[in-house]
Write a protein that binds this ligand. Structure first.
Ligand SMILES: [Zn+2]
Ligand SMILES: [Zn+2]
Length: 83
């Protein structure tokens, strides 16, 4: 049985097991009115740019990159399906 609204579980909740290991972050802007993320799954992190700019998303290599067993499992499955 598969519950339709069952919460998906992730090995890594930062990148949601992104295959390429990037996690999307939300910068609330710098020197302007701070804008909260449109998507509440986005983690909020300053991008580090010190000049005035509006809120934006940016990608950062996730800490799990290269070590995420869920990503590895999916890559292996793709690899197998190619053969
Ligand atoms: Zn991750
Ligand atoms: Zn920024």
């Amino acid at each position: 049985m598969h519950a339709p609204n069952q919460e998906q579980t992730y090995f890594c909740y930062h990148c949601l097991d992104s295959m390429d290991g990037w996690r999307i972050q939300w910068c609330v802007g710098f020197g302007v009115d701070l804008v909260p993320p449109r998507d509440n799954r986005l983690s909020v992190s300053p991008c580090g740019r010190r000049k005035v700019h509006a809120a934006h998303t940016f990608a950062e290599r996730c800490a799990c990159y290269g070590q995420n067993p869920e990503v590895q499992r999916r890559k292996d499955a793709i690899e197998r399906s190619r053969k």
